[in-house]
Design a protein around this ligand. Structure first.
Ligand code: C2E
Ligand code: CA
Ligand code: CA
Length: 433
């Protein structure tokens, strides 16, 4: 019965784990992390902190069964292998017992120190759980405990996915920009007065070779905050302009709306890149709308407002996306060189059944018009909503009622075939359908 050093712990615990798997026993790994010790290094000195960890590891050793193993597996970390457990709950009981011990202040000379600890628990009840796997699962549980401000967390399979998925997707996304896995789909926006398609919104699609289609909001989340975001936006911008010029040649006299993220607005080179794209593809800037979310636009970053004005100077239009869901200050809104607001579908969805929603949409349309902004309503799924929005003076409509987003060839085909739904949609046509 001793406390093991890192390598000895790994070796002995691996051996013990495989022995006990052979006779069908249930085991668990507990990883105990001391988050405050890094600060104490500077205050008490390294030798003292090492001494604290050593003493605590002995206390834990004494509190567990003789068969269990305890090792110091990092400067601020102790790991335990619990063997031959009756149930998973016994692993949690052991974790609580350890936590109780650690709640007592640790006395060192004249000082008494409270050590904040977090414990991640990973139970093995399948034969294929190696020590390495259990240790990383317990570490993921600690990460989750930190996020939730909890002292103890049991690993569950769902914890693994988001993080691993993020890492995998991020590296795959870099390649996907170069290959043909990414493409854009275009969702028509029609005018309520003419019934014609005025613009389309370019929406990103990723058909992952192994995982299938990846939701665009998820994909943006993976790219955001990394250098991939500006690469991705530039790809979207160029592709959307090129394809827009193609559908214009095929006879669809419409503009295109492109989503930019909050990250993009922090890039001082963006306006110049946008200018280059516009001149390369020859789409008139007045037919190009950049959609920004309320959160991105309202962000108080020094460069954001400047970038927005420079973007506006290129001649393109600016739209505030998902209007009503973020937080807007009216004062800030007046500073922004906006052309359009897009009312979020949460308000549109229920407007024919809930009076308050209808009132909110009505007020948004009036407010926008008073500020000389045009209004697009998103998520219009039925004729009744379309008709009501038209009566309220909403300028443009987008939603499944008009059409879902479709890849370029499909859009062009609909145009060539003069699909009645997209090209000459009038109230009468819809009522007949
Ligand atoms: P968004 O900009 O609000 O896009 C509208 C979303 O609503 C799209 O989802 C669209 O397919 C969906 N939608 C349209 N009409 C209806 C309807 O009638 N009913 C319902 N239930 N949904 C409707 P999608 O394509 O999944 O995109 C999700 C989000 O991902 C977008 O929200 C946008 O925030 C982001 N996104 C997509 N493409 C890009 C891109 O190229 N760049 C950036 N930065 N973000 C993008
Ligand atoms: Ca949008
Ligand atoms: Ca939106």
């Amino acid at each position: 019965m001793t406390v093991l050093a890192y390598q000895d712990f790994l070796q002995t615990a691996s051996q013990k784990l495989s022995d006990s798997h052979n006779i069908g026993r249930r085991n668990a790994v507990l990883v105990v992390n001391f988050e405050r010790l890094a600060e104490l290094d500077g205050v008490l000195g390294f030798a003292m902190v090492d001494e604290i960890i050593r003493k605590i590891s002995w206390q834990l050793r004494d509190s567990l069964n003789p068969e269990d193993l305890v090792g110091v597996t990092g400067r601020y970390q102790i790991s335990c292998l619990l063997v031959d457990l009756l149930t998973d709950a016994h692993a949690m009981l052991a974790a609580h017992k350890i936590l109780r011990i650690l709640m007592h202040p640790f006395v060192s000379g004249r000082r008494s120190i409270v050590l904040a600890a977090r414990i991640g628990v990973a139970v093995s009840n399948r034969d294929d759980h190696t020590l390495d796997q259990l240790m990383s699962n317990a570490s993921l549980a600690i990460r989750q405990a930190r996020l939730e401000q909890e002292p103890i967390k049991l690993f569950v399979a769902e914890m693994e996915d988001p993080l691993l998925l993020q890492i995998d997707l991020w590296s795959d996304l870099g390649n996907a920009i170069e290959t043909r896995e990414l493409y854009l789909s275009y969702q028509p926006q029609i005018s309520t007065t003419s019934g014609k398609i005025e613009s389309t919104e370019a929406l990103l699609r990723w058909n992952h070779p192994n995982r299938g289609p990846i939701r665009p909001d998820k994909l943006i989340q993976v790219a955001e905050g990394t250098e991939l975001m500006s690469k991705l936006t530039l790809w979207v911008f160029h592709t959307a302009l090129r394809e827009c010029s193609e559908y214009r040649k095929a006879g669809l006299d419409a503009g295109v709306s492109i989503n930019f993220s909050a990250d993009d607005l922090r890039d001082p080179e963006l306006p110049e890149l946008v200018l280059q794209g516009l001149s390369l593809w020859g789409v008139p800037p007045g037919n190009v709308t950049v959609e920004l979310t309320e959160t991105a636009v309202m962000e108080n970053h020094v460069g954001t407002l400047d970038t927005l004005h420079k973007l506006k100077d290129t001649g393109l239009r600016l739209a505030m996306d998902d209007f009503g869901t973020g937080y807007s200050s009216m004062a800030r809104m007046l500073d922004l060189p906006l052309d359009e607001i897009k009312i979020d579908m949460v308000f549109v969805k229920h407007m024919t059944t809930r009076r308050t929603h209808d009132r909110i949409v009505d007020s948004m349309i009036n407010l926008a018009h008073r500020l000389n902004l045009s209004v697009v309503a998103e998520g219009v799924e039925d004729f009744a909503t379309y008709e009501r929005l038209r009566a309220l003076g909403c300028d443009m409509i987008q939603g499944y009622f008009i059409g879902k987003a479709m890849p370029l060839p499909e859009l062009i085909e609909a145009v060539v075939n003069q699909s009645p739904k997209f090209l000459k949609m009038t109230l009468q046509d819809s009522a007949d359908n």
